[in-house]
Design a binder for this molecule. Structure first.
Ligand code: NAD
Length: 345
């Protein structure tokens, strides 16, 4: 299957249009197989099925496409060098959200043919035990990526633990050297943090031009806001960072062609914070009680979706926007690491 879906944003008329690009050599993108693929994966109208002016950037669709390609490459690697990529996860405690994230990551590895190992420690474990597990994975040649599921319990020194992680296996991209190389012109980090990388992929694969645009990033955390602002600069956007102490955040955000928000504050970004036609990427995830949902809660983002989708030209839903991309980028970083280790292209 060689079909690619590309979303073309038609600025000026304030609407967006879906283009189906056909690279499967049949020339027209019109085969029965292509049609059923398109029907299956075409973006839903909105999170709550209300009519909306904005195109919904379907992160699940884009992530599925990326994961499909990764699985293909893993099969090729296995056939050619007899090895598969390996990911190790260190989990401390039994936070419900962390357990869910780790379970999803392990399942995604399985689907892609990537080996995964999870070492779980009790909440009150010793720091030395965590560091020892990390060192073992550092030395294991079948492991190409290691991630420490954050946050760690208070009594553990996160900085000290993360510093033990071998740079070549830092698939989360949080090592200061990876982050420093991301920030410096002419330098290449070994890994780019997964969520920021996923946000940029969403923009690029949705046909959004970044170069020369005004971008506002809301949030400046080490894991999302900061690396996202660095990445947008790498793509030649003019970047402004808004954080909890910023004065007039709505006024600044209203100047943006692209808004990436990662504050963790539900409904922070209202419709009147946005310039008409802006593209909005909502990283925020916040659980709110909802007895009608299977788990008793549902996730909402930083953006007041109902208002924003009437002003923006394109917007990511929560859930189903950035979340699936974070996992796809983790698989992608793990595959890249294994490719480097086996000199496989
Ligand atoms: P964090 O708490 O470390 O950082 C939040 C940032 O937002 C800070 O820089 C803070 O200054 C800023 N901020 C807080 N309140 C603000 C306000 N009122 N106005 C402007 N800025 C404000 O959080 P984080 O780890 O960066 O995560 C941010 C959000 O993204 C959370 O909801 C988190 O759950 C979510 N997240 C989602 C994914 C995903 O894959 N979808 C991945 C990581 C984080």
């Amino acid at each position: 299957m060689g079909l690619q879906l590309a979303v073309v944003l038609e600025r000026g008329i304030g609407s967006a249009q879906l283009r189906v690009e056909d690279d499967d050599d049949d020339g027209d993108g019109d085969s029965e197989e292509d049609k059923s693929y398109y029907e299956h994966y075409k973006p839903k109208s909105t999170a709550n099925d209300q009519p909306s002016a904005a195109l919904v950037i379907d992160g699940k669709l884009i992530a599925d496409e990326i994961r499909f390609r990764i699985a293909e490459q893993v099969r090729r690697m296995k056939g050619s060098v007899g090895k598969v990529p390996g990911l190790a996860v260190i989990l401390v405690g039994d936070r419900r959200d962390s357990l869910t994230y780790v379970r999803n990551k392990v399942k995604a590895c399985e689907d892609a043919g990537i080996k995964s190992l999870v070492t779980q420690f009790p909440q009150n474990c010793k720091q030395d035990d965590v560091i020892h597990a990390l060192s073992t994975f550092n030395e294991d040649p079948s492991i190409h990526g290691i991630l420490v599921q954050l946050p760690l319990p208070q009594h553990l020194n996160e900085e000290k633990i993360l510093n033990e992680l071998k740079l070549e296996k830092d698939v989360d991209g949080f090592h200061p050297l990876n982050m420093g190389n991301l920030a410096m012109r002419g330098r290449e980090p070994l890994f780019i943090p997964c969520t920021p990388k996923g946000c940029i992929e969403l923009l690029i694969r949705s046909g959004v031009e970044i170069m020369g645009k005004n971008a506002v990033v809301i949030g400046r955390s080490n894991i999302v806001g900061l690396p996202t602002s660095l990445l947008l600069q790498r793509h030649h956007a003019t970047v402004t960072i808004v954080h909890a102490l910023t004065k007039n955040p709505e006024q600044i955000t209203r100047e943006a062609d692209i808004v990436v928000t990662a504050a963790g504050v539900p409904n922070l970004v209202r419709g009147n914070w946005l310039k008409p036609g802006a593209v909005v990427i909502d990283v925020g995830t916040f659980p709110v009680e909802d007895p009608s949902c299977e788990n008793g809660y549902r996730l909402i983002g930083d953006v007041c979706y109902e208002e924003a989708s009437k002003v923006a030209s394109a917007i990511t839903p929560v859930p189903g926007g950035v979340g699936p991309m974070t996992i796809a980028m983790l698989l992608s970083n793990t595959l890249d690491s294994a490719k480097r280790a086996y000199d496989f292209t």
